[in-house]
Design a protein around this ligand. Sequence first.
Ligand code: C6P
Length: 410
Amino acid sequence: MNVVEIRKDFPILQQTVNGHPLVYLDSAATSQKPRQVIEVLCRYYETDNANVHRGVHTLGTRATEAYELAREKVARFINAPSPLQVVFTRGTTESLNMVAYGWARRKLGPGDEIVTTPAEHHSNLIPWQQAARATGATLKYVPLQPDGTISLEDVRAAVTPRTKLMAIAHVSNVLGTIHPVREIAEIVHQAGGILVVDGAQSVPHLPVDVQALDCDFLAFSGHKMCGPTGIGVLYGKKRLLDEMEPTYFGGEMIDVVELYESTWKETPWKFEGGTPIIAGAIGLGAAVDYLSQIGMQEIRNHDLRITAYALERLREVEDLAIYGPAEAERRGGLVTFNLGQIHPHDVSTVLDAQGVAIRAGHHCAQPLMRILNVPATARASFYLYNTEEDIDALVRALRSAKEFFGHAVG
Ligand code: C6P
């Protein structure tokens, strides 16, 4: 994988910020977009733009074909058995809410259990809180180990025949932990439940094969994988999608509409009410082409190298607390940390003055911040365009932040 060449694909990286070359270390929040994706979006609007599944005119046919081709590309990318199991959504948050509304609220009742972990992103936590409240089901948590992992023993203890659903991130957006989804799926299935996987941080970074993982639902966002914002995916097993209720009712998702009742199209179209996110889906298709051409295993290997280097260099910085597993192999491409007592927002501001973009805050994981006993953390996250020089710039900027706030460190 030639990172120097890859960087040339990303116009946004060719700039200075605050007088310094941009060092973008916030891809877990959103990734940058390659020229190949931007050009597909421009071309779509310049030559093919029309509504889909409606007009029989030429542009309508072209737009429909491109939209459905994007579904096929996404299906291949995650090895879904059929494109009909790929629902286009606005992103991970919407995908997870659709399962919570369309499946969990229909299937759960008092005495049933939903199992998750306290390290989840709010998008994979609040929908289950709300579903539990609405149905009388109980929400249970698998405890977090001090190194940010969970043990399969604890999963076995938490999952019972009452467990109708377990939800877990494949990769934590704060700790970076890669969770053993395949093994968890086996435990949940043995108990008769289903496994919902939040793939927001895994699908962009690892080869993800839904059939090998045997997950029942997988949610992810296009904007974290070189695609546009506003597009995401819900993959589901066919039987579950078929028994799931649509969340949105209206144009395009219907079969027959009477005055007092209506019927729906088949999966996946019954979930895509209204004019869908046409350009977004086509842009995501282009992103999938781009990533596939480089190779997801190559991207994973690159993430691994950069993360190992980052862990090594960051450990040299005095007073820097690093959260999550010690070994790069057990992490996705991100490192979360705190520098002494300096508030992460202040750290981030000093870094920004040197062109280094990281994220600071609770990362939409407030219960996890309480477990870590911090109000917030700083996070550097990596992708296929980051280099070891980017990590060196991060470490230099952190050292200067330490000098700047000297008295507050320790
Ligand atoms: N995490 C981060 O900086 P949306 O916003 O729907 O595209 O993705 C939500 C989401 C769900 N699960 C995980 C594990 C995530 O990391 C995210 C998005 C970003 O960590 C923005 S808060």
